[in-house]
Design a protein around this ligand. Structure first.
Ligand SMILES: [Zn+2]
Length: 322
């Protein structure tokens, strides 16, 4: 059904799944740079197609709208929402004998700016298990959103400019919508703003936000990609209050280490409990784990799941902070 060739390949369709290197035929689960390349021919959801073409230029794409099975390469391919960012998809591939569900990056909790994840049952599950350790159990999302809003409001009251650092595709748009729905206007740096325009073109409205042109505006929070404070274009912000929004905030003292005033673990990835829930819901006879720690495979085996590790162990990967 599948094999591993420095990435997951669906054997019958010769379809590369989320490869970072150019392939003749590549499925793209979502438009984060670590999941795509300039493929000769790409398969993805309509929203991912727009984001992919925004980032990598106009390219040939076969669009796979959610829940609409497509016969392709001798297989039946169906995408389902992954809840990670706009357009993010899980892929259900069926070859007539067996079915395989590939999750890509996903989360089960709801988001204001992506469709809620759906998990069909499958014979084989390939699951992205980034936060596959019990230390990564996030507080209820409403509580974390409350922490974000409070940190931003207090900074504004003190006359500071809240600078929320969130990756440019997905998290930045969700943070923007969370702030604007709470009555806080938003400035966005150019990379974030341009992606927000694609979101709007896909029908995802984000509220009252404008392009940041170098100077703070009263009552506005600034949303910028991680590391933006090191560049020259935030020099006009005299009194920043730096807020990180990432699941890695649960790592002890991470915010002090990176110079943040606040770090809020509002994540676009499933936490440990959501990963276990996903495995249970898909109810596959074999489960292959990617990205996460080896201990998650052991955890599943201890629970009676026929689990394996797929690809390079997490310890050998460069760990993404955001
Ligand atoms: Zn991602």
């Amino acid at each position: 059904m599948f094999h591993f060739d420095r990435g997951l390949k669906l054997t019958k369709a010769d379809l590369a799944v989320d490869f970072k290197r150019r392939m003749p035929r590549g499925f793209i689960s979502h438009a984060h740079n670590d999941h795509m390349a300039r493929h000769q021919y790409a398969l993805c959801t309509p929203a991912t197609a727009r984001l992919y073409q925004h980032r990598l230029g106009m390219r040939d794409v076969l669009e796979l709208p959610y829940r609409m099975p497509t016969e392709w390469g001798g297989m039946r391919l169906t995408t389902f929402p992954a809840g990670h960012c706009l357009g993010s998809a899980m892929l259900l591939a069926e070859d007539g004998d067996q079915s395989l569900l590939y999750t890509g990056d996903f989360k089960l909790t709801e988001s204001l700016t992506s469709e809620r994840a759906e998990l069909p049952k499958a014979d084989i599950l390939v699951i992205e298990s980034t936060y596959g350790q019990p230390t990564y159990c996030f507080a209820p999302r409403a509580e974390l959103v409350g922490q974000l809003i409070e940190a931003v409001r207090k900074a504004l009251e003190r006359g500071q400019t809240p600078v929320v650092e969130a990756y440019a595709l997905g998290k930045a748009q969700e943070v923007t919508k969370l702030l604007t729905t709470h009555g806080i206007s938003v400035l966005q740096t150019k990379p974030v703003f341009e992606i927000s325009q694609v979101y709007e073109a896909c029908g995802m409205t984000l509220g009252n936000y404008v392009l940041f042109e170098g100077l703070p505006r009263e009552g506005h929070a600034l949303v910028a990609p991680p590391g933006a404070h090191r560049g020259s274009n935030l020099q006009g912000i005299r009194r920043p209050c730096r807020i990180a929004v990432t699941g890695w905030s649960l790592d002890r003292n991470s915010h002090r280490r990176y110079g943040f005033d606040h770090a809020i673990p509002l994540s676009d990835h499933a936490d440990f409990n959501e990963l276990l829930e996903a495995v249970e819901r898909v109810d596959a006879r074999e489960v292959h784990c990617t990205h996460g720690p080896e201990s998650f495979v052991d955890e599943l085996r201890n629970r009676g799941v026929n689990a394996y590790r797929l690809g390079v162990p997490a310890s050998q990967r460069e760990r993404l902070l955001f």
